[in-house]
Design a protein around this ligand. Sequence first.
Ligand SMILES: Cc1cc2nc3c(=O)[nH]c(=O)nc-3n(C[C@H](O)[C@H](O)[C@H](O)COP(=O)(O)O)c2cc1C
Ligand code: SF4
Ligand code: SF4
Length: 396
Amino acid sequence: MVDLSVTIGGVRFKNPIVVGSATPTMNALGMKKGIEGGAGSVIAKSLFGDSGKLGRQFPRPRFKLFDYREYPGYPDKLPHSFTLRSLEECSSFDYETYMKDINKAKELVGDSGVIIASLSAATMDEWITMCRMVNETKADFVELNNSCPFAADMGVKMGAGAVDLTAQFIKACKEVLTKPFSVKITPQTNDPVSVAKQVEQAGAYAVNMSARLAGIMIDIETASPIAFGSQAGYGGPYLIGYGLKMVSQAAKELKIPIIAGLGVWDWQDIIRYTMVGATLVQSGVGIMLQGYNVSKKWQDQMTAWMEAKGYGSLDEIRGIALKNIVKTADVPRKPTNVGMAIDVAKCTRCGVCLKSCFYDAITLTKAGAIINTKKCDVCGMCAEVCPTYAPYMVKR
Ligand SMILES: Cc1cc2nc3c(=O)[nH]c(=O)nc-3n(C[C@H](O)[C@H](O)[C@H](O)COP(=O)(O)O)c2cc1C
Ligand code: SF4
Ligand code: SF4
Protein backbone atom coordinates (compact mmCIF):
# COMPACT_ATOMS: atom_id res chain seq x y z
CA MET A 1 0.00 0.00 0.00
CA VAL A 2 1.59 3.28 -1.14
CA ASP A 3 1.16 6.36 1.08
CA LEU A 4 1.36 9.59 -0.91
CA SER A 5 0.54 11.89 2.00
CA VAL A 6 2.85 14.62 3.32
CA THR A 7 2.56 17.08 6.22
CA ILE A 8 3.71 20.71 6.35
CA GLY A 9 3.17 22.99 9.33
CA GLY A 10 0.80 20.45 10.89
CA VAL A 11 -1.38 20.39 7.77
CA ARG A 12 -1.82 16.99 6.13
CA PHE A 13 -1.89 16.83 2.33
CA LYS A 14 -3.35 13.54 1.10
CA ASN A 15 -1.01 13.59 -1.89
CA PRO A 16 1.75 15.90 -3.18
CA ILE A 17 -0.19 17.20 -6.18
CA VAL A 18 -1.05 20.88 -5.94
CA VAL A 19 -3.22 22.76 -8.40
CA GLY A 20 -1.01 25.85 -8.72
CA SER A 21 -2.37 29.36 -8.36
CA ALA A 22 -3.69 30.17 -11.83
CA THR A 23 -6.93 30.18 -13.84
CA PRO A 24 -8.08 26.72 -12.60
CA THR A 25 -8.23 28.09 -9.02
CA MET A 26 -9.80 31.44 -9.82
CA ASN A 27 -12.85 30.77 -7.63
CA ALA A 28 -14.35 28.31 -5.13
CA LEU A 29 -15.93 26.14 -7.81
CA GLY A 30 -12.60 25.80 -9.63
CA MET A 31 -10.87 24.87 -6.37
CA LYS A 32 -13.53 22.25 -5.67
CA LYS A 33 -12.99 20.80 -9.15
CA GLY A 34 -9.24 20.78 -8.48
CA ILE A 35 -9.67 18.60 -5.39
CA GLU A 36 -12.32 16.41 -7.06
CA GLY A 37 -9.89 15.99 -9.96
CA GLY A 38 -7.45 14.25 -7.61
CA ALA A 39 -5.12 16.94 -6.22
CA GLY A 40 -4.39 17.02 -2.49
CA SER A 41 -4.43 20.81 -2.37
CA VAL A 42 -5.17 23.93 -4.39
CA ILE A 43 -3.53 27.33 -4.22
CA ALA A 44 -6.15 29.98 -4.90
CA LYS A 45 -5.50 32.52 -7.61
CA SER A 46 -3.53 35.32 -5.93
CA LEU A 47 -5.20 38.30 -4.34
CA PHE A 48 -3.24 41.45 -5.19
CA GLY A 49 -3.16 44.39 -2.81
CA ASP A 50 -5.16 47.41 -3.92
CA SER A 51 -2.08 49.12 -5.38
CA GLY A 52 -1.99 46.35 -8.00
CA LYS A 53 -5.74 46.27 -8.65
CA LEU A 54 -5.22 47.03 -12.34
CA GLY A 55 -4.32 43.32 -12.50
CA ARG A 56 -7.88 42.38 -11.53
CA GLN A 57 -8.93 43.13 -15.11
CA PHE A 58 -7.52 40.96 -17.87
CA PRO A 59 -6.90 41.70 -21.56
CA ARG A 60 -8.96 39.72 -24.11
CA PRO A 61 -7.68 37.25 -25.15
CA ARG A 62 -5.23 36.52 -22.36
CA PHE A 63 -3.67 33.26 -23.56
CA LYS A 64 -1.42 32.50 -26.52
CA LEU A 65 0.10 29.07 -27.19
CA PHE A 66 3.17 28.56 -29.35
CA ASP A 67 4.10 25.19 -30.92
CA TYR A 68 1.09 23.39 -29.45
CA ARG A 69 -1.58 22.59 -32.06
CA GLU A 70 1.17 22.11 -34.65
CA TYR A 71 2.29 18.90 -32.91
CA PRO A 72 1.64 15.79 -35.11
CA GLY A 73 -1.31 13.82 -33.80
CA TYR A 74 -2.80 16.75 -31.83
CA PRO A 75 -5.17 16.63 -29.91
CA ASP A 76 -4.72 12.90 -29.15
CA LYS A 77 -1.01 13.44 -28.66
CA LEU A 78 0.31 16.51 -26.89
CA PRO A 79 3.76 18.04 -27.30
CA HIS A 80 6.28 17.96 -24.49
CA SER A 81 7.68 21.31 -25.40
CA PHE A 82 5.62 24.42 -26.10
CA THR A 83 5.15 27.89 -24.70
CA LEU A 84 2.07 29.32 -23.04
CA ARG A 85 2.07 33.10 -22.89
CA SER A 86 -0.51 34.65 -20.63
CA LEU A 87 -1.41 37.97 -19.12
CA GLU A 88 -3.49 37.17 -16.07
CA GLU A 89 -1.95 38.80 -13.04
CA CYS A 90 -4.25 38.12 -10.09
CA SER A 91 -7.72 37.25 -8.86
CA SER A 92 -10.40 39.57 -10.15
CA PHE A 93 -11.85 39.73 -6.60
CA ASP A 94 -11.48 42.60 -4.13
CA TYR A 95 -10.36 41.80 -0.57
CA GLU A 96 -13.79 40.98 0.90
CA THR A 97 -14.99 38.92 -2.06
CA TYR A 98 -11.74 36.95 -2.05
CA MET A 99 -12.02 36.04 1.62
CA LYS A 100 -15.67 34.97 1.17
CA ASP A 101 -14.64 32.84 -1.82
CA ILE A 102 -11.90 31.13 0.20
CA ASN A 103 -14.50 30.26 2.87
CA LYS A 104 -16.84 28.95 0.20
CA ALA A 105 -14.05 26.80 -1.27
CA LYS A 106 -13.31 25.27 2.14
CA GLU A 107 -17.01 24.63 2.75
CA LEU A 108 -17.29 22.88 -0.64
CA VAL A 109 -14.14 20.81 -0.18
CA GLY A 110 -14.32 20.01 3.53
CA ASP A 111 -11.62 17.61 4.68
CA SER A 112 -11.07 16.17 1.20
CA GLY A 113 -8.40 18.74 0.32
CA VAL A 114 -6.25 21.62 1.52
CA ILE A 115 -7.25 25.17 0.58
CA ILE A 116 -4.33 27.59 0.31
CA ALA A 117 -5.05 31.31 0.05
CA SER A 118 -2.49 33.32 -1.93
CA LEU A 119 -1.66 36.94 -1.12
CA SER A 120 0.54 39.36 -3.00
CA ALA A 121 1.14 42.91 -1.83
CA ALA A 122 3.22 45.91 -2.80
CA THR A 123 3.42 47.69 0.56
CA MET A 124 3.81 46.56 4.16
CA ASP A 125 0.38 48.00 4.98
CA GLU A 126 -1.20 45.86 2.26
CA TRP A 127 0.61 42.73 3.47
CA ILE A 128 -0.57 43.28 7.02
CA THR A 129 -4.16 44.09 6.03
CA MET A 130 -4.46 40.99 3.87
CA CYS A 131 -2.80 38.72 6.46
CA ARG A 132 -5.23 39.92 9.13
CA MET A 133 -8.16 39.26 6.81
CA VAL A 134 -6.98 35.80 5.79
CA ASN A 135 -6.55 34.86 9.47
CA GLU A 136 -10.32 35.18 9.76
CA THR A 137 -11.02 32.77 6.89
CA LYS A 138 -11.27 28.99 6.78
CA ALA A 139 -8.11 28.69 4.66
CA ASP A 140 -5.94 25.78 5.81
CA PHE A 141 -2.70 27.36 4.71
CA VAL A 142 -1.51 30.65 3.20
CA GLU A 143 0.95 31.43 0.44
CA LEU A 144 2.71 34.80 0.37
CA ASN A 145 3.32 35.29 -3.31
CA ASN A 146 6.35 37.39 -4.16
CA SER A 147 6.78 35.86 -7.59
CA CYS A 148 4.66 37.68 -10.16
CA PRO A 149 6.81 37.84 -13.32
CA PHE A 150 5.50 41.19 -14.58
CA ALA A 151 3.89 43.17 -11.74
CA ALA A 152 6.88 45.50 -11.80
CA ASP A 153 6.06 46.30 -15.45
CA MET A 154 2.63 47.45 -14.19
CA GLY A 155 4.38 49.95 -11.97
CA VAL A 156 3.82 47.88 -8.81
CA LYS A 157 6.79 46.91 -6.64
CA MET A 158 5.87 43.27 -6.24
CA GLY A 159 7.12 39.82 -7.26
CA ALA A 160 10.15 39.67 -9.54
CA GLY A 161 10.60 43.43 -8.98
CA ALA A 162 10.60 43.20 -5.18
CA VAL A 163 13.12 40.44 -4.40
CA ASP A 164 15.07 42.89 -2.22
CA LEU A 165 12.11 43.07 0.20
CA THR A 166 11.78 39.29 0.70
CA ALA A 167 13.01 38.95 4.28
CA GLN A 168 11.40 42.21 5.41
CA PHE A 169 7.85 41.41 4.31
CA ILE A 170 7.98 37.79 5.52
CA LYS A 171 9.02 38.85 9.02
CA ALA A 172 6.22 41.43 9.12
CA CYS A 173 3.62 38.89 7.93
CA LYS A 174 4.84 36.22 10.33
CA GLU A 175 4.11 38.55 13.23
CA VAL A 176 0.49 38.73 12.12
CA LEU A 177 -0.37 35.39 10.47
CA THR A 178 -1.99 32.72 12.60
CA LYS A 179 -1.82 30.05 9.90
CA PRO A 180 1.12 28.11 8.47
CA PHE A 181 2.44 29.74 5.33
CA SER A 182 4.74 29.29 2.35
CA VAL A 183 6.46 31.98 0.31
CA LYS A 184 6.49 31.77 -3.48
CA ILE A 185 9.60 33.15 -5.16
CA THR A 186 10.53 34.18 -8.67
CA PRO A 187 13.00 32.28 -10.87
CA GLN A 188 13.90 35.66 -12.44
CA THR A 189 16.81 36.47 -10.24
CA ASN A 190 20.49 35.83 -10.34
CA ASP A 191 20.36 33.43 -7.39
CA PRO A 192 16.93 31.97 -6.47
CA VAL A 193 18.55 29.65 -3.93
CA SER A 194 19.79 32.60 -1.86
CA VAL A 195 16.24 34.03 -1.98
CA ALA A 196 14.91 30.67 -0.79
CA LYS A 197 17.40 30.80 2.09
CA GLN A 198 16.08 34.24 3.06
CA VAL A 199 12.58 32.75 3.05
CA GLU A 200 13.69 30.05 5.46
CA GLN A 201 15.58 32.43 7.74
CA ALA A 202 12.61 34.80 7.90
CA GLY A 203 10.45 32.00 9.31
CA ALA A 204 8.30 30.60 6.50
CA TYR A 205 7.02 27.02 6.82
CA ALA A 206 7.84 26.22 3.17
CA VAL A 207 9.16 27.84 0.01
CA ASN A 208 7.43 27.60 -3.36
CA MET A 209 9.92 27.39 -6.25
CA SER A 210 8.58 28.92 -8.37
CA ALA A 211 6.61 31.18 -10.71
CA ARG A 212 7.31 31.37 -14.43
CA LEU A 213 9.34 33.82 -16.49
CA ALA A 214 8.19 36.93 -18.33
CA GLY A 215 8.85 36.98 -22.06
CA ILE A 216 8.07 38.64 -25.38
CA MET A 217 7.59 37.10 -28.85
CA ILE A 218 7.91 39.40 -31.88
CA ASP A 219 5.74 39.05 -35.00
CA ILE A 220 8.12 39.98 -37.83
CA GLU A 221 5.26 41.22 -40.10
CA THR A 222 4.12 43.84 -37.59
CA ALA A 223 7.41 44.24 -35.69
CA SER A 224 5.29 43.99 -32.52
CA PRO A 225 4.91 41.60 -29.62
CA ILE A 226 2.40 38.84 -30.38
CA ALA A 227 -0.84 38.87 -28.39
CA PHE A 228 -0.63 41.56 -25.75
CA GLY A 229 1.75 44.22 -27.07
CA SER A 230 3.75 43.81 -23.87
CA GLN A 231 5.76 41.27 -21.94
CA ALA A 232 3.70 38.48 -20.38
CA GLY A 233 3.99 35.23 -18.44
CA TYR A 234 6.09 32.80 -20.43
CA GLY A 235 6.37 29.11 -19.64
CA GLY A 236 5.65 25.48 -20.40
CA PRO A 237 7.09 22.01 -19.89
CA TYR A 238 10.45 23.08 -21.33
CA LEU A 239 11.13 24.92 -18.05
CA ILE A 240 11.37 21.72 -16.02
CA GLY A 241 15.14 21.46 -16.46
CA TYR A 242 15.58 24.89 -14.90
CA GLY A 243 13.10 24.01 -12.14
CA LEU A 244 14.88 20.76 -11.28
CA LYS A 245 18.24 22.50 -11.15
CA MET A 246 16.86 25.22 -8.88
CA VAL A 247 15.13 22.79 -6.51
CA SER A 248 18.08 20.37 -6.37
CA GLN A 249 20.39 23.21 -5.34
CA ALA A 250 17.92 24.58 -2.80
CA ALA A 251 17.23 21.15 -1.30
CA LYS A 252 20.90 20.82 -0.37
CA GLU A 253 20.76 24.10 1.54
CA LEU A 254 17.29 24.23 3.12
CA LYS A 255 15.58 22.49 6.02
CA ILE A 256 12.07 23.75 5.27
CA PRO A 257 9.95 21.82 2.73
CA ILE A 258 9.99 22.87 -0.90
CA ILE A 259 6.84 23.23 -2.98
CA ALA A 260 8.30 22.64 -6.43
CA GLY A 261 6.74 23.02 -9.83
CA LEU A 262 7.91 24.66 -12.96
CA GLY A 263 7.12 22.79 -16.17
CA VAL A 264 5.30 19.77 -14.69
CA TRP A 265 3.62 17.93 -17.55
CA ASP A 266 3.21 14.31 -16.40
CA TRP A 267 3.49 12.02 -13.37
CA GLN A 268 7.17 11.36 -13.98
CA ASP A 269 7.82 15.07 -13.46
CA ILE A 270 6.27 14.82 -9.98
CA ILE A 271 8.60 11.92 -9.16
CA ARG A 272 11.52 13.89 -10.63
CA TYR A 273 10.84 16.88 -8.38
CA THR A 274 10.43 14.58 -5.37
CA MET A 275 13.76 12.91 -6.17
CA VAL A 276 15.52 16.29 -6.04
CA GLY A 277 13.93 17.13 -2.70
CA ALA A 278 10.40 18.51 -3.22
CA THR A 279 7.65 17.81 -0.69
CA LEU A 280 4.71 19.15 -2.73
CA VAL A 281 4.59 19.56 -6.50
CA GLN A 282 2.35 22.13 -8.18
CA SER A 283 1.07 22.23 -11.73
CA GLY A 284 -0.25 25.29 -13.53
CA VAL A 285 0.01 24.87 -17.29
CA GLY A 286 -0.20 21.05 -17.08
CA ILE A 287 -3.64 21.22 -15.50
CA MET A 288 -4.75 24.14 -17.67
CA LEU A 289 -4.16 22.08 -20.82
CA GLN A 290 -4.97 18.56 -19.61
CA GLY A 291 -7.87 19.36 -17.27
CA TYR A 292 -8.47 19.01 -13.53
CA ASN A 293 -8.86 15.19 -13.72
CA VAL A 294 -5.28 14.69 -14.88
CA SER A 295 -4.30 14.81 -11.18
CA LYS A 296 -6.17 11.56 -10.58
CA LYS A 297 -4.39 9.98 -13.54
CA TRP A 298 -1.00 11.19 -12.27
CA GLN A 299 -1.78 9.87 -8.80
CA ASP A 300 -2.69 6.42 -10.15
CA GLN A 301 0.39 6.32 -12.38
CA MET A 302 2.69 7.38 -9.53
CA THR A 303 1.18 4.82 -7.20
CA ALA A 304 1.54 2.01 -9.73
CA TRP A 305 5.17 2.95 -10.38
CA MET A 306 5.99 3.18 -6.69
CA GLU A 307 4.31 -0.16 -5.99
CA ALA A 308 6.27 -1.80 -8.80
CA LYS A 309 9.51 -0.35 -7.41
CA GLY A 310 8.68 -1.32 -3.84
CA TYR A 311 8.42 2.22 -2.49
CA GLY A 312 5.94 2.65 0.36
CA SER A 313 5.98 6.43 0.69
CA LEU A 314 7.33 9.62 -0.84
CA ASP A 315 9.80 9.92 2.05
CA GLU A 316 11.65 6.96 0.52
CA ILE A 317 12.10 8.83 -2.77
CA ARG A 318 12.58 12.39 -1.60
CA GLY A 319 16.04 13.66 -2.43
CA ILE A 320 17.44 10.33 -3.66
CA ALA A 321 18.74 11.92 -6.88
CA LEU A 322 20.75 14.58 -5.04
CA LYS A 323 23.73 12.30 -4.38
CA ASN A 324 23.93 11.57 -8.11
CA ILE A 325 24.21 15.22 -9.18
CA VAL A 326 27.88 16.18 -9.36
CA LYS A 327 29.33 19.64 -9.67
CA THR A 328 30.14 20.71 -13.22
CA ALA A 329 33.81 20.81 -12.24
CA ASP A 330 33.65 17.12 -11.32
CA VAL A 331 32.38 15.90 -14.71
CA PRO A 332 35.07 13.60 -16.23
CA ARG A 333 36.84 15.42 -19.09
CA LYS A 334 38.30 14.16 -22.36
CA PRO A 335 38.02 10.40 -21.89
CA THR A 336 40.29 8.63 -24.38
CA ASN A 337 38.69 5.18 -24.24
CA VAL A 338 35.53 5.98 -26.26
CA GLY A 339 34.74 6.34 -29.95
CA MET A 340 31.77 6.71 -32.29
CA ALA A 341 30.69 4.19 -34.94
CA ILE A 342 27.77 3.92 -37.39
CA ASP A 343 25.64 0.84 -37.92
CA VAL A 344 25.42 1.02 -41.72
CA ALA A 345 22.58 -1.51 -41.74
CA LYS A 346 20.46 1.19 -40.04
CA CYS A 347 21.75 4.10 -42.16
CA THR A 348 19.35 5.40 -44.84
CA ARG A 349 21.95 7.86 -46.23
CA CYS A 350 19.70 10.81 -45.38
CA GLY A 351 22.66 13.12 -44.77
CA VAL A 352 21.26 14.70 -41.61
CA CYS A 353 24.35 13.92 -39.51
CA LEU A 354 26.69 15.54 -42.05
CA LYS A 355 25.15 18.96 -41.39
CA SER A 356 25.81 18.73 -37.67
CA CYS A 357 29.31 17.23 -37.65
CA PHE A 358 31.59 20.22 -37.18
CA TYR A 359 34.71 18.04 -37.34
CA ASP A 360 34.04 16.94 -40.96
CA ALA A 361 34.37 13.39 -39.72
CA ILE A 362 31.46 11.83 -41.64
CA THR A 363 31.47 10.74 -45.29
CA LEU A 364 28.46 9.45 -47.15
CA THR A 365 29.41 6.32 -49.12
CA LYS A 366 27.20 4.13 -51.27
CA ALA A 367 26.92 1.71 -48.35
CA GLY A 368 26.03 4.41 -45.84
CA ALA A 369 27.65 7.03 -43.60
CA ILE A 370 31.10 6.24 -42.24
CA ILE A 371 33.18 7.99 -39.60
CA ASN A 372 36.81 8.98 -39.91
CA THR A 373 37.97 8.13 -36.40
CA LYS A 374 41.06 10.34 -36.71
CA LYS A 375 38.85 13.42 -37.20
CA CYS A 376 35.96 12.40 -34.92
CA ASP A 377 35.86 14.24 -31.58
CA VAL A 378 33.22 11.84 -30.15
CA CYS A 379 31.04 14.90 -29.47
CA GLY A 380 27.91 12.73 -29.84
CA MET A 381 25.89 15.07 -32.06
CA CYS A 382 25.44 12.58 -34.94
CA ALA A 383 23.96 10.04 -32.54
CA GLU A 384 21.48 12.66 -31.34
CA VAL A 385 20.28 13.88 -34.76
CA CYS A 386 20.18 10.59 -36.71
CA PRO A 387 16.53 9.66 -37.37
CA THR A 388 17.34 5.93 -37.38
CA TYR A 389 19.69 5.82 -34.38
CA ALA A 390 22.51 4.46 -36.56
CA PRO A 391 25.52 6.12 -34.79
CA TYR A 392 26.54 4.60 -31.46
CA MET A 393 29.26 5.00 -28.88
CA VAL A 394 31.92 2.32 -28.58
CA LYS A 395 34.53 1.63 -25.94
CA ARG A 396 38.04 1.52 -27.35
C1 LIG B 1 -2.43 31.77 -16.59
C2 LIG B 1 -1.59 31.72 -15.37
C3 LIG B 1 -1.93 32.47 -14.27
C4 LIG B 1 -1.16 32.43 -13.12
N1 LIG B 1 -1.53 33.16 -12.03
C5 LIG B 1 -0.82 33.08 -10.88
C6 LIG B 1 -1.24 33.74 -9.70
O1 LIG B 1 -2.27 34.41 -9.66
N2 LIG B 1 -0.48 33.58 -8.58
C7 LIG B 1 0.64 32.81 -8.56
O2 LIG B 1 1.28 32.68 -7.51
N3 LIG B 1 1.07 32.17 -9.67
C8 LIG B 1 0.35 32.29 -10.81
N4 LIG B 1 0.77 31.59 -11.91
C9 LIG B 1 1.98 30.76 -11.83
C10 LIG B 1 1.64 29.29 -11.52
O3 LIG B 1 1.03 29.15 -10.27
C11 LIG B 1 2.90 28.43 -11.53
O4 LIG B 1 3.78 28.88 -10.52
C12 LIG B 1 3.67 28.53 -12.83
O5 LIG B 1 2.77 28.53 -13.92
C13 LIG B 1 4.69 27.41 -12.97
O6 LIG B 1 4.08 26.16 -13.03
P1 LIG B 1 3.74 25.42 -14.43
O7 LIG B 1 5.01 25.36 -15.20
O8 LIG B 1 3.19 24.11 -14.01
O9 LIG B 1 2.71 26.28 -15.11
C14 LIG B 1 -0.01 31.63 -13.08
C15 LIG B 1 0.33 30.85 -14.19
C16 LIG B 1 -0.44 30.89 -15.33
C17 LIG B 1 -0.05 30.06 -16.48
S1 SF4 C 1 30.66 12.14 -32.79
FE1 SF4 C 1 30.72 14.30 -33.37
S2 SF4 C 1 32.69 14.52 -34.39
FE2 SF4 C 1 32.27 12.34 -34.33
S3 SF4 C 1 31.26 11.93 -36.26
FE3 SF4 C 1 29.62 12.31 -34.78
S4 SF4 C 1 29.20 14.49 -35.00
FE4 SF4 C 1 31.17 14.13 -35.98
S1 SF4 D 1 21.77 10.74 -40.02
FE1 SF4 D 1 21.79 8.54 -39.65
S2 SF4 D 1 20.66 7.68 -41.37
FE2 SF4 D 1 21.20 9.78 -41.93
S3 SF4 D 1 23.17 9.57 -43.02
FE3 SF4 D 1 23.66 9.97 -40.88
S4 SF4 D 1 23.91 7.92 -39.98
FE4 SF4 D 1 22.85 7.66 -41.91
